[in-house]
Design a protein around this ligand. Structure first.
Ligand SMILES: N[C@@H](CCC(=O)N[C@@H](CS)C(=O)NCC(=O)O)C(=O)O
Length: 196
């Protein structure tokens, strides 16, 4: 299998961490495919031009990090079950990534195109999601689950692209979850380059 990734994408990072944690490293080859370069391999796998994509052994490609994560877990004989709370928190963490990436995209546009409305809207959504996740993070039954992983990747992405969010302020459970993941090798080897 080929996993088309970019080293700054939090969506790609979720799945790269999973590959590592599930012990699938020898079956999955990472291929660098920055979305804004519109490379042939990426556009063929994902006509939407987004990272990430997984080219399966039969040549077909999957897109969307949640679907790819679900597929990888099944490949490792550890299928995700019907723990709907785990799914609920996972999608909230993923939505947090969406807002943080959306804000970042807005911030790097030409100043003339820059929209305070959209940046403010994203920032308010990020703050609300963090407030909801804080008490819930304490109840994450298995810190190694996909929900915890996704939330930790979202928090690390905030450190990377939106440190002014100050997500640590009065959020001890999120700090603990992030601290847990920060000690994992999978997290360390997938950290985006500081200067990117
Ligand atoms: N919902 C998708 C989001 C993927 C996504 O937006 N990836 C970003 C990179 S971080 C991208 O490729 N952006 C380029 C674009 O939207 O044109 C997923 O979960 O995989």
């Amino acid at each position: 299998m080929k996993l088309l990734v970019s080293d700054t994408s939090p969506y790609a990072r979720k799945c790269r961490i999973l590959v590592h944690e599930l012990g699938l490293g020898d079956r999955v080859e990472e291929v660098d495919a920055h979305p804004f370069q519109d490379g042939e391999i990426l556009l063929e796998a994902n006509p939407l031009g987004r990272v990430l994509a997984l080219i399966m052994d039969d040549g077909r490609a999957l897109t969307e990090s949640l679907l790819i994560g679900t597929y990888l877990a099944a490949q490792a004989d550890q299928p995700w079950g019907e723990d709907w709370d785990e799914w609920r928190l996972q999608t909230l963490g993923s939505g947090l990534i969406d807002l943080a990436v959306g804000r970042r995209v807005e911030m790097v546009r030409d100043e003339a195109l820059y929209s305070d409305y959209w940046i403010g809207r994203r920032e308010r959504g990020i703050a609300r999601a963090l407030d909801q996740l804080e008490p819930e993070a304490a109840g994450l039954s298995q810190p190694l689950g996909f929900a915890g992983l996704t939330i930790a990747v979202a928090l690390d992405y905030l450190d990377f692209r939106y440190p002014e969010a100050n997500w640590r302020e009065a959020r001890p459970h999120l700090i603990a979850l992030h601290g847990f993941w920060s000690q994992r090798e999978s997290f360390a080897v997938t950290r985006p380059p500081a200067d990117a």
